[in-house]
Design a protein around this ligand. Sequence first.
Ligand code: IPM
Ligand code: MG
Length: 353
Amino acid sequence: MDYKIAVIKGDGIGPEIIDQAIKILNKIGEKYNHNFQYIEALAGGAAIDKTGSPLPEETLEICRKTDALLFGAVGGPKWDKLKGTEKPEQGLLKLRKKLGLYANLRPAVMFEELKDACPLRADLVKGGLDILIVRELTGGIYFGKKTTMGDKAIDQMEYSKYEIERIAHKAFQIAQRRNKKLVSVDKANVLETSRLWRRTFKEIAKEYPDVELSHMYVDNAAMQLVTNPKQFDVIATENMFGDILSDEASVITGSIGLLPSAALGVNYGMYEPIHGSAPDIAGQGKANPIATILSAAMMLKYSFNLQKESEIIENAVKKALSLGYRTTDIAKNGEQTVSTKEMGDIVTELIGQ
Ligand code: IPM
Ligand code: MG
């Protein structure tokens, strides 16, 4: 089969980590007879430098012509002085909005091999963690009306029922394929949008009687994630709560450099590592390419329905870790490390075996 993939390398470590993921996709293509074609596009700081805009129209056109998008990372101190609406991050937010990528899947999985890196007490995470955060990605305070009038600024938080319905369906369907437990996180004791959110989740729950739905306030959820993380399987929440909780969840796995994500719309998916562009280590071969490699694996699973190939990548990554290969971010003091490219080569080789 032929698959067309838009590729946005972005800024900082973006190019070096994307190159590793492409190497792995090519290996999978070679081995299982798929033809992956890549079309590069610009977004973020790299796009600002070349075109003046963090998301040129041409990039959207390329995305619309392809089956999925592989995304590195955007941003960096070079563009810090730009106004909010002109910053590299705007490229990412606009991509999400314009491509209708409303469902953000952020798995937080603890790799057995790296359990020492978990900042929580060992007994709290015994047996490992496997949480999936389903974050609403195109609504809420991120996209509500924004105004500044002198000394007053307003960010409006808005949700329409259909936006909550579609993310609820997505979350229930994912919960059905996992352990059938869904926690919906909101702030329904204070926010109108959260009350609508909770009512809508309760309604949609009737269509999924096999899934156990519970509700939690976001402040409590933030606390429960560090005191009793094993209670969670699938968490569904609105845009900003999901932004915050997914950073928290990722760091308790001890490995933000390992975690991938998917942003899904009706017919399109964008796949990117959870971490940022890490400008401080860009170009030094220190970045961990695994989150991006696993994002490519998610692409195979969710956009191309290539379940087996996706698992082969995941297993190759686990194997590389169990063989003791470490990039600097996950190495313990004194442990020998491999470079970004070496890690990519090792995983590629393991796929070939
Ligand atoms: C994320 C990031 C983005 C967000 C930023 C870069 C706009 O933090 O993907 O979690 O807030 O959504
Ligand atoms: Mg974030």
